[in-house]
Each structure stands twice: as structure tokens, then as C-alpha cells.
Design a protein around this ligand. Structure first.
Ligand SMILES: O=c1ccn([C@@H]2O[C@H](COP(=O)(O)OP(=O)(O)O[C@H]3O[C@H](CO)[C@@H](O)[C@H](O)[C@H]3O)[C@@H](O)[C@H]2O)c(=O)[nH]1
Ligand SMILES: [Mn+2]
Length: 575
């Protein structure tokens, strides 16, 4: 479900795949010359597909040799064909279904009109006020039902082609001789606010599902915003970063789905089905045990932080008491007027390295309470190296990651500064803080946000989103909204908690008009669209007109008109 970058734009037009247009058998068909010029903002620009007859080729004479080679290889032909494919397409919903639905709407409109007409013609004289009120209510209900139906007139489905994305950006070809991934960077934002209401284990699972997505590691960064400023969340995230070192390569090696360990190990289906590697059973058992231990450590954190802090605080109290006693002795003996030292040490929350936690303390005090603390930013996983790294016989030979990339994406803990008197206790502010922090640290051209209790269910989901962004008209897409699926709902879903109508009908229907609304989470944004400014443009000066005696003043074209249809394209986001 995609949203447009500006309301000025008409509906997004997508190329639809037509088998008749492009021949899939390349044996004797014309050669497809595909040029995908790399641009600094990682947008491919328009894809030019030149259909060339080899005999009449004149401008590509130098490349004749290359093209002959390409022609010889069926695989390369297939690659060229794949590159030429659109990354997304609209899958039309069956016209019969839509026609039936429209007929049903029409029948209901007629029935409603007849009913309202009958109501108006039959007033209840004994309770005229009550009658009037109920007619008004019924008209309002009919009207709101009608408004609800209008967006559903043109529902669409979008499909992505991740193979074409791979062929275009991650396969060795003339434009990409090394075959290194040319996909754009994505910064993932996760928000959490309260370590008690939002258990850190759930947040840790969300983070693990993000760190292990199928996307180039060096292009991915994950930021956690902790509005609670809690040491518990911080230490749980440090634990998650450490467990990710085995979880992420394990997922990559054995193609695990979903990549949230709690959900994966809780799956009811047979975990060995379809797994062919001989070491899967052993490694799964090892990682499962590792996860159980990780859970115990995370669940014990609040206790261990309390115990550690109590120990440090009692030491501080003893020190303070000693200081006070020394002062007392000095004052009595020498009559020196030194200021009296504090007899009680603050009840601080301590980090494991023996320093004060800069965020919220368990016993809040000035500068260390929920709405009053300094900003904290800590890189828990450093940016990865540029080239893949593998490991033979990792974890003391219990796991073998030979040929598996063991690098992890950058992971950063952020808790924005809070001060009394400032209203900054909402998610939007947390997102703004992350937009600013990430702009300095990784500056990914795309941003995806998730609540701490939402996880990535499908490891290629990010690629799906990027297909829309990098498609031919992709630079006009502001955001791609993913639908939500819910776990732990009673099987019959008596209370409609799955929100199927909203996610699977309303948003899809809106997608057919201009795009769905942003639902607050699970949304992939174009960074420049969030910044909300137009590309910088040089003023265009028009030729003076009018007579030679009365020259008119030079007029400047309004900059926005120039690029009205290309917003976002002119904005370069350096990576
Ligand atoms: O001061 C705050 C308050 C909340 N949050 C975060 O905001 C998210 C959503 O808050 P929550 O209280 O969980 O709201 P819900 O009602 O559960 O969520 C609904 O509203 C959210 C905000 O629009 C959407 O993201 C969700 O999809 C939607 O289900 C959570 O990750 C919170 O940690 C902060 O970061 N800072
Ligand atoms: Mn929530």
C-alpha cells in the first residue's frame, strides 16, 4: 500500500506486465539494451529500454563484442530481461467481483432511499420529536455509509518483483562490475516508552527480527528510541545485540522465518520440514538453548540492576557518612568552618561499569526522572565492514558459519533529552529525534518505523517496500504502508481484532485512488518527503518581452512549478 509524495500528483501509474510486449525467448529476438544510470540518491532514474536491431546498430558499435558475448549466454539474456521488468505491478481485482460489489452498493442505496422516503412520509404524530431525531440519525448513518463506500469503488492489489530488484541492483553487469548491492540505505526506527508496560524481551525480539532481515547489512541501520530513558531497556538491548551474533547468521544460513526468535521457537508446525542441511537440527538446538538463556538473562535484568544499584548505593552511603564524621571531628578540633557535607547519598541507578545511569533512576530525582534527563546515544553494534565476513566453526565450533555473512547492521540506542516544562512525551517527537540522530549517523534515504511490539514477519518485506520506491515512477512515492497482522487473537476473532476490513479492504481501496493513510507504524518513508522541502533550484529567468522602449521587468518563474511533477527527484540525500 503506497502513498504519494505530494497531493499535486495524480494517481501513480504503474507499468503492467504484458507477456505479449516483451518476448521471453531471447534466442532470435531483438537485444535489449538496458541502461540504469546510477544517481547519487540511489534512484535509478527512468529506465531506458532500447530495442535494438543488431544489423542497424550504429551508436553501440564499440559494444558489439560485448553484446555478442551476452547473446551467447542464455543466463545473461535472462538477466537482461529481468532487469527490464518493472519492479511492481498492479494486479487487477476480478471485474466480476467488482461488478457484483457495485451492484450490491447500488441495491443498498436504492433500498436506503426507499426506506428514508417511507420514514419521511410516515411521521409519528404522537412522538414527533423522537421521530425527527431518529430520521436525522438515519440520514446521517446512510450518509456515512455512503462516504465509506466511495473509496472502495476502485480497489487494487500491488505485486512486487523482488527478483527484478535483485537483477537490477545486486547482480554483476556492465553498470555494476563488482556485483555489490546498489540498494539504498534504510534506517529502521523502533519506539519504546515504558519498560514495565512494554516488556524489554518483546522489544528485543523486534530488534532481532530487524537485524536479521534479508537486506544488505551495510545498508541497514536500526535505531531504538527509549522515551522511558530506562537502564533496563538499555541493558536488554545490549543483550539483544550480543545474542544477534548467533541469531542473525543462523537465520541467514538456514533461511529461518519468522526471524523473531520468540515466534519462531513457538511455531506449532514441524520446524524440520523442508530443511535439508545436515547440521540444522544440531544448530537449531544450540541456538534455542542460547535463546532460553538470553531470555533468563533479560528477565533477570531488573533484579540484577536493583541489586547492583543497592550495593553501590550502600557503599556511597558509607562514604558519605565517613565524610560527615571527618568533618565533624575537624570542626570540633580545629574550629574550621568547612561547609557541612551531605550525609545522605542520592539513591542512584548504576550501570555495570560503576557509573551513574544518565537516564531515569529507579528512585527518580532531579535530572534523573522520566521527564527530566539528559540525552543518551549509544552505538550498541558498530557499522559493519564493507565486505562480507564469514566464520568457520563459530561459537566454539558449535555453529559453523562458513560461507555465511556474520556481519550485523548498525544498532543504536537513543533516549532523547527531556526537561520539565516541555511537552515532549509523544511518539511523533521520538520519531523526530531519531530522524535527526540518524541523519548524522547513517542518513539512509529511506526510513521504516515500527512500534516496539511489532516485528518483521517476512524477512524480504523491506525489499518489497523498496521495489515501490525504486520503480520507474518510484520517486513520486512518499511512503509504503505495510499492513499489520496480529498474534494471540482468539481463533474466531469475535471482536474483529484482526482489523481485516481496515487493512485488507479499506487501505487497498484507498490504494486504488491515491494511496492509503499512514497508520502510525510499519511504514517505509522517503526521507526527503519527511523533510518537507522542495529540491533547491536555480531561479529560471525568462526572456524580457514587450517593446524596446518599455522593457518589462524580468520575471522569475516560481521554482515549484518547474519541478512540480518531480518532487524528491532533485533532492539528493548523500549516503
Ligand atoms: O511518549 C511516548 C509514547 C508512546 N511511544 C511509542 O509509541 C508507540 C505506540 O504507542 P502505544 O501506546 O503502544 O499505542 P497503541 O494504541 O498501541 O498503538 C496505536 O497507535 C500507535 C501510534 O499512532 C500506532 O503506532 C499503532 O500502530 C497503533 O496500534 C509505542 O511503540 C510506544 O512505545 C513513544 O515512543 N513515546
Ligand atoms: Mn501498542
Amino acid at each position: 500500500m503506497i502513498g504519494e509524495s505530494t497531493s499535486k500528483n495524480p494517481r501513480i501509474s504503474h507499468m503492467s506486465i504484458s507477456n505479449g510486449d516483451i518476448c521471453s525467448d531471447f534466442g532470435s529476438s531483438p537485444v535489449y539494451t538496458v541502461q540504469v544510470p546510477p544517481t547519487p540518491d540511489n534512484n535509478p532514474g527512468p529506465l531506458h529500454i532500447g530495442l535494438q536491431d543488431m544489423d542497424s546498430s550504429s551508436s553501440y558499435k564499440d559494444e558489439d563484442l560485448d553484446q555478442t558475448e551476452l547473446r551467447n549466454s542464455k543466463e545473461e539474456d535472462a538477466l537482461l530481461y529481468k532487469i527490464s521488468q518493472p519492479l511492481t505491478r498492479v494486479v487487477k481485482i476480478s471485474p466480476i467481483i467488482i461488478a457484483l460489489y457495485r451492484i450490491l452498493i447500488f441495491v443498498r442505496i436504492v433500498a436506503l432511499c426507499l426506506f428514508l422516503f417511507w420514514r419521511a412520509r410516515n411521521p409519528n404524530e404522537k412522538a414527533i420529536w423522537l421521530w425527527g431525531l431518529s430520521v436525522i440519525c438515519e440520514i446521517w448513518f446512510a450518509f456515512s455509509w455512503l462516504i465509506d463506500q466511495i473509496p472502495r469503488l476502485y480497489p487494487v492489489n500491488h505485486a512486487t518483483d523482488t527478483e527484478a530488484l535483485k537483477a537490477r541492483f545486486e547482480t554483476q553487469n556492465r553498470n555494476n562490475p563488482t556485483g555489490k548491492s546498489d540498494l539504498p540505505g534504510i534506517d529502521v526506527f523502533v519506539s519504546t516508552a515504558d519498560a514495565e508496560k512494554e516488556p524489554p524481551l518483546v522489544t528485543a525480539n523486534t530488534i532481532l527480527s530487524i537485524l536479521s532481515v534479508d537486506y544488505p547489512v551495510e545498508k541497514l541501520s536500526c535505531y531504538l528510541s527509549d522515551d522511558g530513558g530506562s537502564l533496563l531497556t538499555f541493558e536488554a538491548m545490549a543483550e539483544a545485540a550480543s545474542f544477534a551474533k548467533i541469531w542473525v547468521p543462523f537465520c541467514r544460513k538456514h533461511k529461518i522465518e519468522p526471524r523473531n526468535p520468540e515466534s519462531y521457537f513457538g511455531l506449532k508446525k514441524d520446524p524440520y520440514k523442508g530443511k535439508v542441511r545436515h547440521d540444522f537440527v544440531r544448530e537449531r538446538r544450540y541456538v534455542k538453548r542460547g535463546y532460553e538463556e538470553f531470555k533468563v538473562r533479560v528477565n533477570a535484568l531488573s533484579h540484577s540492576i536493583r541489586r547492583r544499584s543497592d550495593a553501590f548505593n550502600s557503599k556511597e552511603e558509607i562514604k558519605a557518612l565517613e565524610k560527615w564524621k571527618n568533618w565533624k571531628v575537624k570542626v570540633e578540633e580545629d574550629q574550621v568552618k568547612e561547609p557541612r557535607p551531605a550525609i545522605v547519598a542520592p539513591k542512584a541507578t548504576w550501570m555495570s561499569d560503576g557509573t551513574h545511569w544518565p537516564g531515569t533512576w529507579t528512585v527518580p530525582c532531579q535530572n534523573h526522572s522520566r521527564g527530566d534527563h539528559a540525552s543518551i546515544i549509544q552505538v550498541l553494534l558498530d557499522p559493519p565492514e564493507d565486505e562480507p565476513v564469514d566464520e568457520i566453526g563459530g561459537e566454539g565450533r558449535a555453529l559453523d558459519f562458513e560461507g555465511v555473512d556474520i556481519r550485523l547492521p548498525m544498532f543504536v540506542y537513543v533516549s532523547r533529552e527531556k526537561r520539565p516544562g516541555y511537552e515532549h512525551n509523544k511518539k511523533a517527537g521520538a520519531m523526530n529525534a531519531l530522524v535527526r540522530a540518524s541523519a548524522i549517523m547513517s542518513n539512509g534515504p529511506f526510513i521504516l518505523n515500527l512500534d516496539c511490539d511489532h516485528y518483521v514477519y517476512n524477512s524480504i518485506a523491506f525489499r518489497d517496500g523498496i521495489c515501490f520506491m525504486m520503480d520507474q515512477d518510484g520517486d513520486r512515492v512518499c511512503y509504503v504502508q505495510f499492513p499489520q497482522r496480529f498474534e494471540g487473537i482468539d481463533p474466531s476473532d469475535r471482536y474483529a481484532n484482526k482489523n481485516t476490513v481496515f487493512f485488507d479492504i479499506n487501505l487497498r481501496a484507498l490504494d486504488g485512488i491515491q494511496g492509503p493513510m499512514y497508520v502510525g507504524t510499519g511504514c517505509l518513508f522517503r526521507r526527503t518527503a519527511l523533510y518537507g522541502f522542495d529540491p533547491p533550484l536555480a531561479p529560471v529567468e525568462t526572456e524580457p518581452s514587450g517593446s524596446c522602449c518599455f522593457p518589462q521587468q524580468k520575471k522569475r518563474k516560481p521554482a515549484t512549478l518547474e519541478y512540480a511533477s518531480g518532487i524528491g527527484k532533485g533532492c539528493r540525500v548523500p549516503r
